[in-house]
Design a protein around this ligand. Structure first.
Ligand code: SAH
Length: 230
């Protein structure tokens, strides 16, 4: 597919190869999408080392997650991001993962980002426009909305994959409701101590939850609480 091969930088490729050596990038599809979506297009212009494996500030008391966290979430969701599938990215921030998801589900699939800071919504759309995911913005397959992601995005539910990019005190019920049977949600849960949880909705509708790893994300909260945080 042409979309996968058009130019991303050598430094981005080196970052992905490093993540592969550490065993964090494991699948061919995650490797291909991380090579295709140049991370530098998604960090603010003044960021000196966009490929450094650390979260970076993006304003509004938010950060772009570190490359190894993006890779971890992509690997955990890979089977639920097959061509034609549906994904929801809550707290989509820079739009980096939203763009990766859109490339993985392709033009027959559907990806929705929900971000509550309107300026970040426009920032993320501008970033995606510079990337190889740009054509997907013009169809129905990729959209980003300014809204409270704790409510999910019921209009396009149910989802095969839900990613939450900010830590919730507990798993929001609307997100569980919007997960398809057979679907998977990856969500950081906790306040001071947080765990990245992998939530599978089984075909009979029951839920299985396991902890993947300890993490530190910005909180999934109200806009006012986030903007007044410090
Ligand atoms: N995956 C994103 C993470 C950005 S940080 C990236 O790597 O770029 C988490 C994001 O969640 C922030 O942009 C923050 O504004 C957003 N957020 C926090 N609470 C939210 C809520 N209730 N609804 C929507 N977005 C929220």
């Amino acid at each position: 597919m042409e979309l996968w091969t058009s130019g991303s930088s050598d430094k981005n490729k080196a970052m992905v190869e490093q993540l592969e050596r550490y065993g964090i990038v494991q699948s061919k599809r995650v490797k291909e999408v991380m090579e295709a979506i140049d991370r530098a297009l998604f960090v603010p212009a003044e960021t000196r080392s966009p490929y450094y494996d650390s979260p970076m500030p993006i304003g509004y008391n938010a950060t772009i997650s570190a490359p190894h966290m993006h890779a971890t979430c992509l690997e955990l969701l890979e089977k639920n991001l097959q061509p034609g599938m549906r994904a929801l990215d809550v707290g989509s921030g820079t739009g980096y993962l939203t763009a990766c998801f859109a490339m993985m589900v392709g033009p027959q699939g559907c990806v929705v980002g929900v971000e509550h800071i309107p300026d970040l919504v426009s920032f993320s759309i501008d970033n995606i426009k510079k990337s190889v995911a740009e054509p997907l913005l013009n169809g129905d397959s990729l959209s980003i909305h300014a809204a409270d992601g704790r409510q999910g995005w019921p209009e396009l539910a149910p989802y095969d994959a839900i990613h939450v990019g900010a830590a919730a005190p507990e798993i929001p019920q609307p997100l569980l409701d919007q997960l398809k049977p057979g679907g998977r949600m990856v969500i950081p849960v906790g306040t001071v101590f947080q765990e990245l949880k992998v939530v599978d909705k089984n075909l009979d509708g029951s839920i299985s939850v396991r902890d993947e790893t300890s993490v530190r994300y910005v909180p999934l909260t109200s806009k006012a609480a986030q903007l007044n945080a410090y």
